[in-house]
Design a protein around this ligand. Structure first.
Ligand SMILES: Nc1ncnc2c1ncn2[C@@H]1O[C@H](COP(=O)(O)OP(=O)(O)OP(=O)(O)O)[C@@H](O)[C@H]1O
Ligand SMILES: [Mg+2]
Length: 350
């Protein structure tokens, strides 16, 4: 049957801009929690200036990858390379790796080994910003104040780390003015100017999600990591989110790494998609490649391990119930005992 593909065959990853000029490379990343392998030997590249989506069913290990990239977890194994400047910079990467340093700048380039760096250095030096699956704003502060707090570092530097800030001395006043201008700019981009003085906790849910993105952008990241930004949004808010993310990519040349369950968002705006299941990469390529990959369809529909699937049949299924158009939530997952299934993610498909 021409259309039938064994799900054990992992399609060769397509290459793209992300291969030539990756802002981030995750290499052989593993994260174990006791006996549970949340992520196992995962490698992928994030192209500079791309929107890259990291997708997969619940519990696939997506947030764990983010936590390793942003320094919240120290990976069990693996190398996570963040690059400023063009290209893969292989000599610099190897030199930093061999030297035991956390990072090195060299001419127009810089290489940061994130697995060696604490979270605040990853944000401040490597310029990786993130938002959380569960919103984490300062609820008692206004929307504007949330964006000013995000600019704490340049303000502290301008104060000379002295009471200069309190006394309102020259350099600090300038820096404060710039911080307010940047905050005002991002409030406008996320359509929250009229809510600037409202406590963040009083904003509707969708507005809080946009404010989190604005707060991350105030740190001028090279890489913006967003954990399920469309979760809980209505269709109008989702369309607005798509616009904001495309604006960030196109106008600010910021690379975006996006975890998202909403396939409408993923397929519409992603340049590159990486699919995880049980902590292992099962597909990697552009939207057209991933959409038709039998492994992806199987993971989302919960096809049994040993079976073969008829791609045409499943696709017809998808078209009829829009399985990949809605959030592939827990209901679509085949029942499995968590302890056994998660302990051996790589053994699942032989
Ligand atoms: N700190 C932790 N301690 C123990 N187990 C953890 C920890 N963090 C994550 N896990 C486990 O690792 C696995 C992957 O979890 P993770 O949160 O990365 O999945 P996810 O792909 O983000 O899922 P979702 O789509 O539901 O957000 C899960 O089995 C989870 O229970
Ligand atoms: Mg998650």
């Amino acid at each position: 049957m021409a259309n039938t593909q064994a799900i054990s065959e992992v399609a060769a990853p397509r290459t793209g801009r992300w291969t030539e000029d990756p802002v981030l490379s995750v290499e052989h990343l593993s994260m174990h929690f006791g006996g549970l392998i949340a992520v196992g030997d995962l490698s992928f590249d994030v192209g500079r200036g791309d929107i890259t989506a990291l997708i997969g069913p619940n519990g696939a290990g997506k947030t764990t990858v983010f936590n390793c990239v942003t320094g919240f977890y120290k990976p069990t194994e693996g190398r996570i390379i963040m690059r400023h400047g063009e290209g893969r910079q292989p000599e610099l990467v190897e030199a930093v790796t061999a030297s035991g340093e956390q990072y090195r700048r060299d001419g127009a380039g810089a290489v940061f080994l994130l697995e060696r760096m604490p979270d605040f250095e990853i944000a401040y030096r490597a310029k990786v910003a993130r938002t959380f699956q569960n919103i984490r704003l300062f609820g008692g502060m206004t929307a504007l104040e949330n964006l000013l707090v995000a600019q704490h570092n340049p303000l502290m530097i301008a104060s000379g780390f002295t009471v200069g800030g309190l006394l309102g001395l020259g350099g600090f006043r300038e820096a404060e003015k710039a911080a307010i201008a940047k905050a005002a700019y991002w409030l406008e981009q996320v359509r929250l100017t009229d809510r600037a003085d409202d406590p963040a906790a009083d904003l509707p849910y969708g507005a809080q999600r946009r404010l989190e993105i604005a707060r991350a952008m105030c740190t001028e990241p090279h890489l913006l990591c967003l954990d399920e930004p469309a979760a809980g949004l209505n269709p109008r808010e989702t369309a607005e989110l798509n616009r904001i993310l495309q604006f960030i990519r196109d106008e600010h040349k910021t690379s975006v790494l996006l975890i998202e369950h909403d396939m409408g968002v993923v397929m519409e705006i992603s340049d590159h998609i990486v699919v995880l299941d049980y902590g292992v990469k099962i597909s990697d390529g552009d939207a057209a490649h991933v959409r038709s990959d039998a492994n992806v369809i199987a993971a989302y529909l919960g096809v049994e391990d040993e079976s073969e699937i008829d791609v045409a049949e499943v696709r017809a299924d998808i078209e009829s119930d829009e399985a990949l158009q809605v959030k592939p939530r827990k209901a679509r997952r085949p029942a499995r005992p968590k302890s056994t299934a998660k302990a051996a993610p790589r053994g699942r498909r032989k």
